[in-house]
Design a protein around this ligand. Structure first.
Ligand code: 89Y
Length: 345
């Protein structure tokens, strides 16, 4: 019945929210009851487009008027803490976009507050939910290439991201927060936690404020050496945005996630190859397909976690470790040395 559905509101009606809402519509058991945006026009347009009964441009009114099980916060990073705090004050569960906050301490404080109040708090860290990445992990864990000793996780492109998300050009800290959070999360998903990180950054595109190139080297706790490279200044033969390319080397072979979602496994006996196409829902923007379609999968994990009272895979507490790598990478770049990461917080 309608009563048993989880009632939620979307906070922020920009570019990303349109896909996020469409992805929620693929799932049973949830009901979008209201949207908020700082400009009322966008809130109204989004409510009309998706048949949402209420829209707001005053956040206090949203929390006062609506009975909510959770909010899905889809705004710029600088506003996250304010909305998260407000939801927690109202005992409403939180899903928030990455990067969770613009500094580590704020994220830690928010996580502590949610734990103290026993309120579910999740981060929309969706890259690890991409089907090719899930399949890659299954292949690594199958043992087919033996013990892994080295890997490269790469996100390099010249896609004009600033056209759809202009605020990204204004951030003091750009690629490590915007893409680094995803890439480091994939690294953690595939290889566990890191011991230390060394990173260098550059700004190649002079029209933007933050860095658009970052090259990091991580030593993982299990000894794996991992390169994590990211760039929005890479003019390459194959423009693969938004694909993450991965090469994993083990004692018995290697696994490559190559352009076009091709998963190649090589051992001394030869190579095999398969193509892992993302689900092409009719609402995905083809330029972003592999990311947009995985929103359904991560949302399903959030819904099931909320309904069954368990933690989502990308809980905010877990995400602190991903965020810690982002800020350690900046620290490394600033100080010119490797930074060890203490995951005991
Ligand atoms: O904001 C970013 C994200 O999370 O995925 C790709 C993107 O849209 C641009 O870098």
């Amino acid at each position: 019945s309608e009563k048993s559905k989880l009632r939620f509101a979307v906070i922020g009606c920009g570019f990303w929210s349109q896909f996020q809402i469409a992805a929620w519509h693929e799932l049973e058991g949830v009901e979008l009851v209201a949207v908020y945006n700082r400009s009322v026009e966008k809130a109204c347009d989004t409510a009309l487009k998706f048949g949402v009964p209420h829209y707001y441009d005053k956040i206090e009114e949203l929390f006062r008027n609506e009975q909510l099980d959770f909010v899905d916060i889809i705004t710029d990073v600088d506003t996250h803490a304010q909305f998260i705090n407000m939801a927690l004050e109202h005992n409403v569960a939180v899903i928030c976009q990455k990067p969770l906050t613009a500094d580590f301490k704020t994220a830690e404080t928010l996580v502590a507050k949610a734990i103290k109040r026993n309120i579910p708090f999740f981060v929309h860290e969706n890259f690890r939910w991409q089907l090719p990445i899930r399949k890659l992990k299954i292949a690594i864990d199958s043992g087919v290439i033996g013990n892994v000793f080295k890997a490269r996780v790469s996100f390099c492109s010249a896609f004009p991201v600033f056209d759809n998300q202009p605020f990204l050009a204004t951030l003091d800290q750009f690629i490590l927060t915007d893409i680094g959070s995803h890439i480091f999360d994939i690294v953690r998903y595939l290889f566990g936690d890191a011991e230390n990180i060394y990173c260098k950054t550059k700004t190649v595109n002079k029209k933007i404020k933050g860095e658009d190139v970052a090259n990091a080297f991580l030593e993982m706790q299990n000894g794996i050496h991992c390169y994590a490279e990211m760039s929005y200044a890479s003019i390459l033969e194959k423009e693969v945005f938004p694909q993450t390319l991965v090469l994993v080397e083990g004692e018995q072979g290697s696994i490559e996630l190559a352009p076009g979602f091709e998963l190649k496994i090589t051992t001394r006996h030869g190579s095999t190859s398969s193509v892992i196409q993302p689900e092409m829902y009719n609402w995905v923007d083809p330029d972003y397909a592999v990311v947009h379609s995985c929103i359904v999968d991560i949302n399903r994990n959030f819904r099931d976690a909320l309904l069954n009272g368990y933690d989502a895979e990308t809980s905010a507490a877990d995400n602190l470790k991903t965020l810690q790598l982002v800020f350690a990478a900046y620290q490394s770049a600033a100080e010119g040395k490797a930074i060890s990461v203490n995951t005991n917080f």
